[in-house]
Ligand binder design. Structure first.
Ligand code: ZN
Length: 642
């Protein structure tokens, strides 16, 4: 029997629904914990099952609240969900610091634990590790302090993302100053009663403005407004966050936060992070310099005597070089990416690749009319594997970036995996970048669903090491760059598919920036690592130094980008994971035949050996199972210089 999908509440009932569900679930989880603590099952497997059930309940509530806090149109619901997230985190901390519960696992007789199957053994190991990382073996005063720290960190995280999300800034421009903007954007943005057009810092405004507006003052204003979101408020939030993370790591026996965080990742150790950052920065240096010279040459024709391209002008001149040198005009490119066709194309392409079909579900309540819902099936199956929700356009109060949210983790026969894509795309023509983003995020969604068919909640879906989790998504981006694939759905208003030679030029243009792009990423990774490692007093000064060391563009005087660098919340010191995953993604992709990206044998093996396994094995082993050898840096290095 397939479990029933979750039934979401109507808008008016949502607030009370969330509150009731929160209180009922938390009570139930406490009961499960009490039972396990006082009358544990006699068999090790049953002990693990009871704990996994508890984790599933808690994780599902956390996932639901995390989603609705970021997408629900009613502010009171978002607030209620934030409260739920705080409660879930609080209970999770309480349980993993519960010494009586810990003893239930730690005291399991060896005769029983030796007899566990490999997956259950792995689960026991991970569970014990969760307990010790939470400080279960520390004294009462330490555990009390850890609880305090965790609670405060949850609040700070929420505050940081709320401020980043809600601080939308507006640049005003006369219609003349907007020369260069796409016609459809201008049409959708009429002048206000003062005769001015509003450009918000939301992606669908800020990105085209920075790419296309000819007036440098407007580009600068929009760039600065984007970099200043969340400042000054978030500076104090971040400083407190860094200090508390450091203290937490110390209390459970680690030298600093990055060491604590890296211990459960592929990279393994804190100091390996700056080594990796410098390895990538070094590998990208030659390529960056070569490409920056080209960019500067073009820049110099407009801004005489400039020694570097300003960050406020970078996107615009990258776009110009793409047009002039590679003959790629983004405004022409976007005529092939009509949202509705891209949406259908995404489903067709991923369905074919992974042997799936998506059935639209219309008779279901969601949180907003923009949301579309599909049930996922094996191509020839009749039992759903999971349910996906696509919430793809911006609106007030909604999460500003692009991400996959777990709505419900899947456990075979117990709970259907459900996931949600939350993005901010235009309703009309899309930038190709956004098409790539859509494929990327969908990669997480499909990982969540395919990996949600296993036996244990602890290993469900994307529950793999965090520095691996981007790899499947980054690999799926390749399909959004392949001419044969694109031509199946990317057609213009006249129905003509995107020309293969245009795609080839787009790829060449994209390759053009990969050196400095890698360096920009290492700049972000360095902020994420060093801010946590050092907790500098003057964040702006340290940002300037790191920008000078890694970024292709000089620091923009008076700006405070860290205040809205959202990943400092969730990824903390581990922003390097995007690049780490990319190295793995390039390695994984090397197994596919470029001339036949849909080869069912390779795609099927990848689906079954990597995606479907969720967190059942260490990521390094999943990759080795698929590639038939350990992962390596070679494919990435070759790609970087090619
Ligand atoms: Zn991602």
């Amino acid at each position: 029997m397939t479990p029933e999908p979750l039934a979401l509440p109507e808008t008016d009932a949502a607030e009370s629904w969330v509150k009731e569900r929160t209180s009922a679930t938390l009570t139930h989880v406490r009961e499960l914990a009490e039972k396990l603590r006082t009358a544990p099952p006699s068999e090790a497997t049953e002990v693990l099952k009871a704990w996994d059930e508890l984790s599933l309940e808690l994780g599902s509530l956390g996932g639901l609240a995390g989603l609705l806090a970021n997408v629900h149109p009613v502010e009171a619901v978002r607030t209620a969900c934030e409260d739920t997230e705080v409660e879930v985190d609080r209970l999770r901390t309480e349980l993993t610091q519960d010494q009586a519960l810990y003893r239930v696992f730690a005291d399991l007789p060896a005769k029983q634990t030796d007899a566990l199957d490999p997956l259950a053994k792995r689960l026991l190991e991970k569970t014990l590790q969760d307990f010790t990382r939470a400080g279960v073996d520390r004294d009462d005063a330490t555990r009390a302090r850890l609880t305090e720290i965790n609670e405060r960190l949850t609040e700070l995280n929420l505050e940081f993302s709320r401020v980043t999300r809600d601080d939308v800034r507006i640049t005003l421009a006369t219609p003349e100053q907007l020369d260069g903007m796409p016609a459809d954007w201008l049409e959708a943005h009429p002048v206000n009663d003062k005769g001015l057009v509003e450009i918000t810092t939301d992606y669908p405004d800020a990105l085209p403005a920075r790419m296309f507006v000819k007036d440098p003052a407007i580009r600068r204003a929009v760039t600065v407004a984007s970099l200043e979101r969340g400042w000054p408020h978030n500076e104090a939030v971040l400083k407190e966050m860094f200090a508390l993370r450091h203290e937490l790591a110390n209390l459970v026996g680690y030298e600093d936060w990055p060491a604590f965080d890296a211990a459960v990742k592929m990279i393994g150790e804190g100091p390996a992070i700056p080594e990796f950052i410098d390895k990538i920065a070094g590998a990208a240096e030659g390529r960056m310099k070569r490409d920056l010279e080209v960019l500067l040459d073009r820049y110099d024709r407009d801004v005489t005597g400039a020694s570097a391209v300003s960050a406020a002008d970078a996107l615009y001149y990258e776009e110009l070089v793409r047009q002039e040198k590679y003959d790629v005009d983004s405004q022409v490119v976007r005529t092939y990416f009509d949202f509705a066709k891209v949406h259908q194309g995404l489903l067709d392409v991923t369905g074919r690749l992974f042997g799936l079909r998506y059935e639209p579900v219309s008779d279901v309540v969601t949180w907003h009319e923009d949301v579309s819902v599909f049930d996922v099936y094996q191509q020839d199956g009749d039992e759903p594997l999971g349910r996906i929700y696509l919430d793809l356009h911006p609106r007030e109060g909604k999460y500003k970036h692009a991400a996959q949210f777990d709505l419900a983790p899947g456990v075979q026969g117990r709970q259907l995996p459900e996931g949600v894509l939350v993005c901010n795309f235009s309703r009309g023509l899309m930038e190709h970048d956004h098409v790539v983003t859509l494929f990327h995020e969908f990669g997480h969604l499909i990982h969540h669903v395919l990996g949600g068919q296993g036996e244990w909640a602890r290993f469900s879906g994307v529950a793999t090491e965090w520095d691996f989790v981007e790899a499947p998504s980054q690999m799926l981006e390749e399909w959004a760059w392949d001419a044969d694939v694109l031509q199946t759905f990317a057609t213009n208003a006249a129905g003509e598919p995107i020309p293969a030679d245009l795609v080839a030029r787009m790829r060449a243009a994209d390759d053009f920036g990969k050196g400095y792009h890698a360096r920009q990423q290492m700049f972000y990774a360095a902020i994420s690592y060093w801010f946590h490692k050092e907790q500098p007093d003057d964040l702006t000064k340290r940002l300037e130094e790191l920008q000078a060391a890694y970024s292709p563009y000089p620091y923009l005087e008076g700006t405070h980008f860290f205040a809205n660098f959202g990943h400092l919340g969730g990824y903390s010191s581990a922003y390097y994971t995007y690049m780490w995953s990319l190295v793995i993604a390039k390695d994984l992709f090397s197994a596919f035949d470029r001339d036949n990206l849909f080869d069912p044998e390779v795609a099927g093996r990848y689906r079954d050996l990597v995606l479907a396994r969720g967190g059942e094995k260490d990521a390094a082993d999943l990759v080795a199972d698929f590639l038939g050898r350990p992962y390596s840096f070679d494919a990435y290095a070759a790609w970087l210089v090619s």
